[in-house]
Design a protein around this ligand. Structure first.
Ligand SMILES: *Cc1c(COP(=O)(O)O)cnc(C)c1O
Length: 401
């Protein structure tokens, strides 16, 4: 049991249901709390800490950068924007990047791109296809695109111009858009994250690409959570062998430093002109340095292969231990993005696993989500299984009908 008194933060808005744990430092895939307890981190700040904690090379690069320039505004150039933009374009097979500081900001920019794309060609009330269970952020536009009534409740009226369809159902998409000249874009996560780790099938993604080409719609793929190497390719949609027109990124891009980006191909790269969009923090030297060094380290350390290999190992071990256990519905995901769906709400597992020395999250009420750092070793994967499985089994036994 955790015996530390819960930290009290009377001056902080109560937007989060935090666990009574105060983390003070980390190293690799481990973090420690103020009582000296050690945790294996299978959450990685929600798929953010690509390189784990305090990676020596990232620390050195950021320390050097902080001693030179942290921020200068977008009135001037600095040496680190173009190299990161080029690195992302090269890996995505796309053309140009807009930088910002978070996932919702990247998605907000994507939604503005889609609207302007439509209006530039004469569509006065552009509509964007979005998905059930989708999560795109909590600004007014992105929460309106999100497919979760809990995220929207209390903030109506929502932003208009969205058409919602279920995932992996091409006929539903065709039916929802048939004869509608106002559709300008289709927008989805290659693997839905917050919604419960639901992968879109590669065949479906490829078919939507073809449909977008046929109708002159933008294909916009939210890779904020599943991108940046997590599935074993740079971007999760690359398993489908297609290129999107617009790709928002954030979470893992800066390995903990807030960095967001929208990467665009030829049909979308020239839509924004001076005055159309901007942000004060976006693209600052510290953020760009973090993104660039993250990519370089990922390559030097072979972290894409590691994510694929250790992810498959973790998935296989979890399957061996939990498949067929009453109460376990499905184990799904790709690489180091894994969801274990139970047949009942299981939010209490967050605290119980933390008590057992393992950090993870529960999303969509009943899906245990594992998104560890991409440096995870096979031994650490085995440790996740060893810590998690007894907690899941005990919880299911206790709560059995
Ligand atoms: C987390 C997330 C967002 C929102 O990112 P923030 O940085 O929290 O604004 C958007 N899309 C997806 C797929 C995400 O997982």
């Amino acid at each position: 049991m955790n015996t530390a008194a819960p930290p009290v933060e009377p001056h902080v808005m109560s937007t989060y249901a935090r666990l009574p744990i105060t983390l003070t430092h980390g190293r690799g895939c481990r973090v420690w709390d103020s009582a000296g307890r050690e945790y294996l981190d299978a959450l990685a700040g929600i798929a953010v800490n690509t390189l784990g904690h305090a990676h020596p090379r990232l620390v050195r690069a950021l320390q050097e950068q902080i001693g030179q320039l942290i921020h200068i505004s977008n009135y001037y150039h600095h040496p680190w924007t173009e190299p990161l933009a080029a690195a992302l374009c090269e890996r995505a097979g796309l053309d140009k990047v807009f930088f910002c500081s978070s996932g919702l900001e990247a998605n907000e920019a994507a939604l503005k791109l889609a609207r302007k794309f439509g209006r530039d060609k004469g569509v006065e009330r552009p509509q964007i296809v979005v998905y059930e269970r989708a999560f795109h952020g909590r600004s007014l536009a992105t929460l309106s695109a999100t497919g979760n009534p809990k995220v929207q409740a209390g903030f109506e009226p929502l932003v208009e111009g969205f058409i919602r369809v279920p995932i992996n159902d091409l006929e539903a998409l065709r039916a929802a858009t048939a004869g509608n000249p106002n559709v300008v874009a289709v927008f989805f996560e290659a693997i839905q994250g917050e919604g419960g780790v639901y992968p879109l099938e590669p065949d479906y993604i490829a078919a939507v690409r073809a449909l977008c080409d046929e109708h002159d719609w933008l294909l916009m793929i939210d890779e904020v959570q599943c991108g940046m190497g997590r599935t074993g390719k740079w971007f999760a949609h690359q398993w489908a062998g297609v290129r999107p027109d617009v790709m928002p990124l954030a979470k893992g891009l800066g390995s903990g430093v807030p960095v967001g980006a929208v990467v665009a191909g030829p049909r979308a790269a020239h839509i924004f002109q001076p005055g159309n969009h901007g942000t004060t923090f976006g693209g600052n030297p510290l953020a760009m340095r973090a993104g660039l060094e993250t990519i370089r380290i990922m390559e030097d350390e072979g972290l894409l292969d590691n994510a694929a290999r250790v992810g498959t190992h973790l998935h296989t071990q979890l399957w061996a231990a939990l498949h067929g256990v009453p109460g376990v519905r499905e184990i799904r995901g790709k690489g180091l993005m894994i969801g274990i769906e139970l047949d009942r709400p299981c939010g209490v597992l967050m605290q119980r696993c933390a008590d057992a020395g393992l950090l993870l999250s529960v999303t969509a009420e009943r899906v245990i989500r594992l998104v560890p750092p991409l440096i995870l070793s096979t031994a650490e994967a085995d440790e996740i299984v060893a810590k998690l499985v007894p907690q899941v089994r005990a919880f299911l036994d206790e709560t059995a009908a």
